[in-house]
Design a protein around this ligand. Sequence first.
Ligand code: URA
Length: 275
Amino acid sequence: MSTPRANAPRAGTPQTNAPQANAPRANAPRSLGDLQHSIEGCRRCPLAETRTNIVFGVGNPQAEVMFIGEAPGEKEDLGAEPFIGAAGQYLNSLLLLAGLRREEIYIANVLKCRPPGNRDPRPEEIEACTPYLREQVRAIAPPILVTLGRFATQFILKTDRGITNLRGQVHLTGPFSVLPIFHPAAAIYDRSKEPVMEADFRLLGRLLTTRRSEQRKRGEQAGSAERGERGEQAGSAERAGRGERGEQAGEGPANAPLTGPSKRAEGELGGAPAQ
Ligand code: URA
């Protein structure tokens, strides 16, 4: 039996709010179902010869957070689902530190097919496979992307920098806040990484709390502006009837950006908002 990915990480394994991220777009992306259907039987790279199953991705299609791993391991290849082996169990426990449950998130990999023996993804495999990931990200349009490990991070942020350098900071790219984190398998292999993993998942929790409270505030302000406007319209109609002068309506919606440690990056998904 080949070594499970979780126990055998490869040597060297080691940023705004997204106002448009969940909004409907004129140029709508394909649905996840259509996309999944379209990649059945994919033969874009030689991994098609050795895989058991394509591991498309799983989870909430409207997730606030999308996790991106590297490639399926043995269990995932057999079960056709990402992160169901040891790394997945560990990931599930880390999610709780961020106040997340597995069913709330969406999770997918850079590669949809298992590299034999869990070797590193090859550049040509990444090139062949990542159009699928790009479409997944566009379909879900999550405000937050968590990249697990070097390959996902370097692909999304379009950088050669190492994960050790990038992890634990929010990088802003296009409408996405990207939080790189060590791959869970790396921390299973090297237990000294556990505290850092835990700190990064707590940071994710804070990011979510901040984002949600800002969203709530914007909702309240928009609501009070709308109420103010309705009151103003009703009042001015009434005053017009009585020949009185109108008053100022309520406050407009705030545009507070997402706060937290962040860096602006020209990533894979940077520039134009997802479409
Ligand atoms: N490691 C990954 O990167 N992805 C999986 O789905 C499982 C292990």
